[in-house]
Design a protein around this ligand. Structure first.
Ligand code: ADP
Length: 259
């Protein structure tokens, strides 16, 4: 990203008053947070508390009933989202601001690693193929798979496939990278290599929002931790505060259960 903090002093991510129901069931009850450029926000909380819905809302995969999400210069007020095509266009503009890494990688099985990574830039963004290939190779180096560009997904371990998934999200040059439990589908011995790549990205200045149950990793990587319970942020602060010295009984109970 070329703009400097001075040119754009607003937080890169601005979330205000997010509310969402599924079938009359309220799953987000007014979520507010901000994240500065180059920071990592880690979202933790019990299963069903709304973490994935927050992430999917940032990416406009879920459409909140009300609230505002801004990522850099794209801001969407969901209560005022027009119906039909105009609304879909606004949602698509917001979606283009972030890249999502899912629990499992969903790579195209009949395409090489490199072809998987250049698909988005070439097809969706219509970037010149040669440039996309050069960028993809650099990204594959960055996630430790420089040697694997011409292999097929089935020839890779789950951890390596997940790292291709990360390279693929980065290839679209998003303002924000969203991780939805990126290690929860992996065998335990493959978790570390994926977390190490995410830590490197955070250190390299990418702005990230990460949903994870990996508490030790969360403490290491987070500039801020949001603890969600029942669709609301119950506690927020640094990793050391929220995860090691929580103020709220609900946070303590959650940590006791999973640690
Ligand atoms: P978490 O990520 O914290 O486990 P989610 O955001 O996935 O929580 O889900 C929050 C609540 O919303 C859960 O009760 C879940 O069952 C419900 N939910 C999520 N997505 C849908 C959907 N597409 N349709 C109906 N209910 C959903």
């Amino acid at each position: 990203m070329t703009e400097t903090a001075e040119q754009n002093p607003e937080p890169r991510i601005r979330v205000r008053g997010l509310e969402k129901s599924f079938d009359d069931r309220k799953v987000l009850r007014g979520i507010d947070f901000e994240a500065a450029r180059g920071t990592s926000t880690v979202v933790v909380g019990p299963s069903g508390s709304g973490k994935t819905t927050v992430l999917r809302s940032l990416n406009a995969l879920d459409v909140p009933d009300s609230g505002v999400i801004g990522i850099d210069d794209v801001e969407v007020d969901f209560a005022a989202l027009p119906a039909g095509k105009a609304g879909r266009r606004e949602a698509a503009r917001l979606r283009a601001q972030s890249g999502m890494v899912f629990q499992s990688h969903n790579l195209f099985p009949h395409r090489t690693v490199l072809e998987n990574v250049i698909e988005g830039p070439v097809v969706a963004q219509r970037r010149p193929r040669e440039q996309a290939v050069a960028d993809a190779k650099a990204l594959l180096e960055q996630v430790g798979l420089g040697e694997r560009a011409d292999t097929y997904p089935f020839q890779l371990s789950g951890g390596q496939q997940q790292r291709v998934g990360i390279a693929r999200a980065l290839a679209l040059e998003p303002r924000v990278v969203l991780f939805d439990e990126p290690t929860s589908a992996l065998d335990p011995e493959l978790v570390g290599e994926v977390l190490a790549v995410i830590k490197d990205l955070a250190a390299a200045g990418w702005t990230t929002v990460i949903v994870t149950h990996e508490i030790r990793f969360a403490r290491q990587v987070a500039d801020q931790v949001l603890f969600l319970d029942d669709g609301a942020i119950v506690e927020r602060g640094s990793g050391d505060q929220v995860l090691a010295d929580p103020r709220e009984e609900r946070t303590r109970r959650f940590l006791r259960r999973i640690l």
